[in-house]
Design a protein around this ligand. Structure first.
Ligand SMILES: [Zn+2]
Length: 414
């Protein structure tokens, strides 16, 4: 049996029909629809000569044993955001399944290295606001105390939602066992951005995931009557925040792939007849280079102080979250580039703005690389998320080539 990328596309459509509706994919982790997707997947892998189990964090592992215990991991996630797209995460899993089928057939069910396909639990964090949940348990970077009391919109606790699916959060650290013998990790993903489409390329090598600095910036001024307060006597917190909103674009533009976003603005008292006395904004800054990221953070802080003083306000910063940039493995980047060139002729190296499970696997010290396939209009986390079928098929073929090359590389290791 040879690789059949058309089957991957057909299976993606099958999954969409089973777990989506007129608003898009509904495979939110720890819900019945997600469990339905996993059951469907379990039935698919039954045809293969594999061992199948769920680990202590709910990650879904399919193992094709090789003559060597040295292991190649391929991963993705079946979970989606509410009203999500049909490809985000699911393409990775089903392309990985097709690669497993090809390798099992080629080596008569006994490849030279062990292959494992993983469907990570709760990559999206859509319900409890905690992304990369299963892969962080695998990597050992997860903190149970920080997460167990998280609640969803209906007040249900994360801990209880997991228990309903047979997962005990206190046993999360046991998921680290799955790292055993892992020598490399591969992940195919849709780009979720417009870069490859603009370049006219189907596939790209992902250099790593950008680091993130995420903060709340609060400007304090003075609430005052909008009619009686002369313009030169105002301490307008929104005016200072607005200057910062424009300046962060200049800060990001100095660097090729850096991005800065002010995604939320809250004004107090927030009425039409008052000068804004307090303005809270969020700032999200990302870059692959840690020095660039640190520099942008510092520049934004200095700019905020300047604008606060120009508007006779004060400013304070509080960190919401941060993560360091993750650079993928240099040799695997080369293998990924070769696989793409052999499949589609031209390759392009680019960072990933979104985080992915691959970042957690890389943090665990396992050599990791990702491959992107073009997203139409760069849109994702939306029902209109799409990729040309010919590009989807190419991505399966390129992942398959990358898996072969990586298996050879693993065999060469002592
Ligand atoms: Zn994803």
């Amino acid at each position: 049996m040879s690789l059949n990328p058309k089957r991957t596309v057909a299976e993606l459509k099958e999954l969409r029909a089973l777990t989506g509706n007129e608003n898009g994919a509904q495979r939110v982790a720890w819900t019945d629809t997600w469990l339905k997707a996993r059951d469907w997947f379990a039935a698919k892998v039954k045809e293969l000569p594999i061992e199948h189990h769920y680990d202590a964090a709910g990650n879904n592992w399919v193992t094709l044993k090789g003559t060597s215990e040295k292991t190649l991991l391929i991963g993705g996630h079946l979970d989606s955001v509410p009203n999500g797209g049909w490809l985000d995460g699911a393409l990775n899993v089903l392309a990985g399944l097709e690669v497993l089928r090809r390798i099992a057939a080629e080596f008569d069910d006994r490849p030279p290295v062990t292959l494992r396909l993983v469907d990570w639990a709760d990559e999206e964090g859509a319900r409890f606001g905690r992304s990369l949940l299963g892969s962080s348990a695998f990597a050992g970077t997860h903190s149970i105390e920080a997460d167990r009391l998280r609640t969803d919109r209906d007040g249900m606790q994360l801990e209880d939602a997991l228990r309903r699916c047979g997962v005990d959060i206190t046993r999360f650290p046991e998921a680290r066992k799955e790292q055993k013998n892992a020598k490399a990790y591969l992940e195919l993903h849709i780009e979720q951005g417009p870069v490859l489409e603009r370049m006219g390329l189907p596939l790209g090598v992902v250099l790593g995931t950008k680091g993130v600095e995420r903060h709340i910036v609060t400007f304090h001024g003075q609430e005052a009557h909008s009619g009686s307060t002369p313009m030169n006597a105002r301490r307008d917190a929104l005016a200072a925040a607005a200057k910062l909103a424009l300046e962060i674009r200049n800060i990001a533009k100095k660097h090729e792939d850096a991005v800065c976003t002010m995604g939320s603005v809250k004004t107090f008292p927030g009425i039409v007849t008052a000068v804004v006395g307090r303005c809270e904004v969020t700032l999200d800054q990302r870059d692959l280079n840690r020095n660039v990221l640190a520099g942008m953070y510092q520049e934004a802080q200095e700019a905020s102080k300047q604008f606060a003083s120009e508007e006779h306000c004060t400013v304070e910063w509080s960190r919401l979250w941060n993560i360091e940039p993750i650079a993928f493995h240099p040799h695997l980047l080369d293998l990924c580039e070769q696989a793409i060139r052999e499949t589609s002729g031209t390759s392009h190296r680019m960072p990933s703005g979104p985080l992915h499970d691959a970042a957690e696997v890389s943090r665990a010290g396992i050599p990791t690389v990702m491959m992107f396939v073009q997203s139409l209009k760069g849109i994702s986390h939306n029902k209109i998320e799409d990729t040309k079928e010919e590009h989807l098929e190419m991505s399966v073929a390129a992942l398959d080539r990358l898996a072969s090359k990586t298996m050879t590389w693993i065999q060469q290791q002592p």
